[in-house]
Design a protein around this ligand. Structure first.
Ligand SMILES: [Zn+2]
Length: 117
């Protein structure tokens, strides 16, 4: 069905950016990859889908990433989801191109900038 949210490639809707997200998977060969990022039902929401888009059913999620249309830091919800289960590093890309990682597998969790796109 062609709806206004049907295309993951639709990053911009009526001039406004939409949040996108993708899971990073690791294949049997040790290589990591991610499927086409997805958008959610609203501009500032994207799905946390840890299973769709795998190249092989045995591939495991090793990280998750999403963009923000507002704010350069993780929301409480972002951290809660990253904390798991399963605990997975979460990456965000802020509206100005700032990238940040939150890794709940560290104690205390890592939450730091990692560069600018
Ligand atoms: Zn977020």
């Amino acid at each position: 069905m062609a709806g206004r949210n049907s295309g993951a490639s639709r990053r911009w809707v009526r001039g406004d950016p939409w949040e996108q997200s993708a899971t990073v998977f690791k294949g049997k060969d040790g290589q990591c990859y991610y499927p086409q990022p997805k958008t959610g039902p609203l501009p500032g929401q994207s799905p946390r889908d840890l299973s769709s888009g795998k190249l092989s059913p045995a591939d495991k999620p090793v990280a998750h990433a999403h963009s923000h249309i507002k704010g350069d830091d993780f929301s409480a919800q972002d951290k809660k989801l990253a904390d798991g289960p399963p605990p997975l590093p979460e990456y965000i890309l802020g509206p100005g191109g700032d990238m940040r990682v939150y890794d709940p597998r560290q104690d205390p969790p890592i939450n730091k900038p990692i560069g600018k796109l």
